[in-house]
Design a binder for this molecule. Sequence first.
Ligand code: ATP
Ligand code: MG
Length: 137
Amino acid sequence: LERTFSIIKPDATRRNLTGEINAVIENNGFAIVGQRRIHMSRAQAEGFYRDHKDQDFFQALVDYMVSEPVVVQVLEGEDAIKRYRALMGPTDATKAGPDTLRGRFALSMRENSVHGSDSPANAQREIGYFFSEVEIL
Ligand code: ATP
Ligand code: MG
């Protein structure tokens, strides 16, 4: 079993979609083994998205991520990293299938409802960024 890191983003928490998104996650064979609702600080959001700091959308992305609380999660399952990316759908939700989370819930390129780690190295970094070892036994 593999673990990945997920965020239910502000556009989704604001619309009370946490339960609906979690039902999709669990119905697709993932266990939610860690979960917390947090209001990220600007420093936390900037650190989390540090690989994007030279992108033109970086400042707007950080503003958005601190605009409302989010739900940070650790998901466990077979091939979890790749399978959760597939369940989310592409960043651009206009290209996402109707069965994907972004296809169903995204509002725009930025407000795309969920985040999921894109590699084992990033999954490890992102889980460690928000969770301590004893929270995800
Ligand atoms: P995430 O990392 O959140 O899972 P992703 O890997 O599909 O999403 P990235 O390229 O890592 O996409 O971008 C991180 C986030 O930045 C996106 O999820 C989206 O919220 C925002 N973003 C990406 N590209 C754009 C863009 N062109 N315009 C506005 N926002 C963008
Ligand atoms: Mg990404």
